[in-house]
Design a protein around this ligand. Structure first.
Ligand code: SF4
Length: 470
């Protein structure tokens, strides 16, 4: 018998007290810690290390398509907004070159069990271009069959027809995630993303008819013109549409960093108090509708693979958020994409010019990265376990690493006492367990184990680099 997790608990006072900026821990160390002296050579060494150890870990692929047709004012992504679709054709040529190189490097090293297309807007590519790209990926990598692989794509419902949804399924995708953000027409206008509800529903219906295994919807709270009333209506519509997963992101209004956000009128922004109410109400409504709070903005139906994996302690966290797959090597292709291979992270060049230049020179377009030391690997596991399971067995960490947990993390355990006093977690001889009240503040708890926080570095100060933890 599997015991479900207790529901998440909203405590406005604690949230107000602890709200601060912090990483999302899709990687540890976080990307701002990557170093410029890590490049193509170091990546080759990491792959050679895998070959020597005859690693049989499964492979994951991420493909980044950076283009968008129009700009959404809230966007903080690394994207290129252009109506000139010929740019995509040029990009595709280089992307295929990178896929060729990665395919040769990883030849014979395992099957692809996970594929994710992100952006930008992956469906900026035409149906023909996508078919061509998928065929190229299949020619270079050995993919697990449809029943065993998770092949997902982010879709902007404004860019796809019902026929295109069916075509993407035939091209090999079996999961889709739809950007919705908010169904309210005034909110949509304020963020320059007009997306009629009927259009989104048509895409979802087509996805069900085409046999996708999972449909996920992205929402954002804290957008301009949002009110409790408008958000209630949006949530009612989303619950009625019944996606398998829902991501509810916090809008980080940082116009000093993200230029498009300067087009959002300050007067339209909900106050911090309304924003907290929006979050509280959204969590309540989604949980009442039967969704399970997975953690870090994510909800899923109780029978969805994510919820099942969490109950069984198998949940993982990677650059795409939560995943049900065992730890795998992540090979990422495309401008600014981040790979995780062996004990390394590596990121591709962030501009098209630099990305194309490296590929023209015959090398993988890696610009920076990091080789994890033993302390990084240890802390990465501790943070991942807390993020995914909301609990950590100290002895299970001692089995994997030659340390005495209480000794090694004496300072950290001391810091956790303040959270214990606030009722956010409990610590006994064996377990650190996050309470329902602490689940919304899991980032704050994980930050205690982050060795790099507070360590000076040559980029912007911390409050500007990370979004609010809640
Ligand atoms: S939110 Fe998505 S579609 Fe909108 S500009 Fe950003 S990446 Fe493009």
């Amino acid at each position: 018998m599997i015991t479900p997790f207790p529901p998440v608990e909203f405590d406005a006072e604690i949230i107000g007290k602890l709200s601060q900026s912090g990483p999302r821990y899709t990687s540890y160390p976080t990307a701002d810690r990557f170093q410029n002296d890590f490049g193509y050579g170091q990546f080759l060494e990491a792959v050679a290390g895998l070959r020597m150890r005859r690693s049989r870990r499964p492979l994951s692929l991420y493909v980044h398509i950076p283009f968008c047709d129009t700009i959404c004012y809230y966007c903080g992504c690394n994207k290129i907004v252009t109506k000139d679709h010929s740019k995509a054709a040029v990009y595709l040529g280089y992307l295929k070159q990178e896929i060729d190189m990665q395919g040769r490097l990883f030849d014979g090293m395992g099957q692809i069990e996970q594929l994710h297309f992100g952006g930008g807007t992956p469906t900026y590519l035409s149906d023909r271009q996508m078919g061509d790209l998928m065929a190229h990926l299949h020619a270079n990598f050995d993919f697990a069959d449809d029943a065993h692989g998770e092949y997902s794509i982010e879709i902007d419902p404004r860019t796809v027809s019902v026929e295109r949804v069916h075509s993407l399924r035939k091209q090999g995708f079996n999961r889709i995630s739809l950007g919705v953000q908010d169904f309210d027409p005034d909110v949509q206008k304020a963020v320059n993303r007009i997306q009629p509800e009927a259009e989104t529903r048509a895409v979802m219906n087509a996805a069900r008819a085409a046999g996708y295994r999972s449909i996920s919807i992205d929402l954002i709270y804290g957008l301009p013109k949002q009110s409790i009333d408008s958000m209630t209506q949006t949530l009612d519509k989303v619950i009625d549409a019944s996606p398998d997963r829902i991501a509810l992101y916090n809008y980080a209004h940082l116009p000093h960093i993200f230029k498009p956000q300067r087009r959002i009128a300050d007067a339209d922004m909900p106050s911090p108090a309304v924003k907290l109410e929006l979050l509280k109400m959204s969590i309540q409504r989604l949980c009442d509708a039967g969704y399970i709070y997975i953690g870090m903005d994510h909800f899923a139906k109780p029978d969805d693979e994510l919820a099942v994996a969490q109950r069984q302690g198998r949940l993982q966290r990677n650059f795409q958020g939560y995943s049900t797959r065992a730890e795998s090597e992540l090979i990422s292709c495309g401008v600014s994409a981040i790979s995780a291979v062996g004990a390394t992270y590596s990121q591709n060049e962030k501009t098209l010019e630099a990305y194309y230049e490296k590929l023209d020179g015959g090398v993988l377009p890696i610009t920076r990265g990091i080789r994890l030391d033993n302390d990084d690997l240890l802390r990465r596991i501790v943070i991942a376990k807390l993020m995914c399971n909301f609990e950590l067995s100290m002895s299970s960490i001692e089995q994997g690493f030659p340390i005495k947990f209480r000794q090694y993390f004496e300072t950290e355990l001391g810091k956790l006492e303040a959270f214990e006093d606030d009722g956010l977690l409990t610590i006994d001889d064996e377990w650190i367990s996050v309470t329902p009240k602490g689940r919304l503040l899991i980032r704050n708890i994980c930050m205690v184990f982050d060795r790099y926080l507070g360590v000076a570095q040559d980029v912007a100060p911390q409050p500007l680099r990370y979004s609010k933890t809640i």
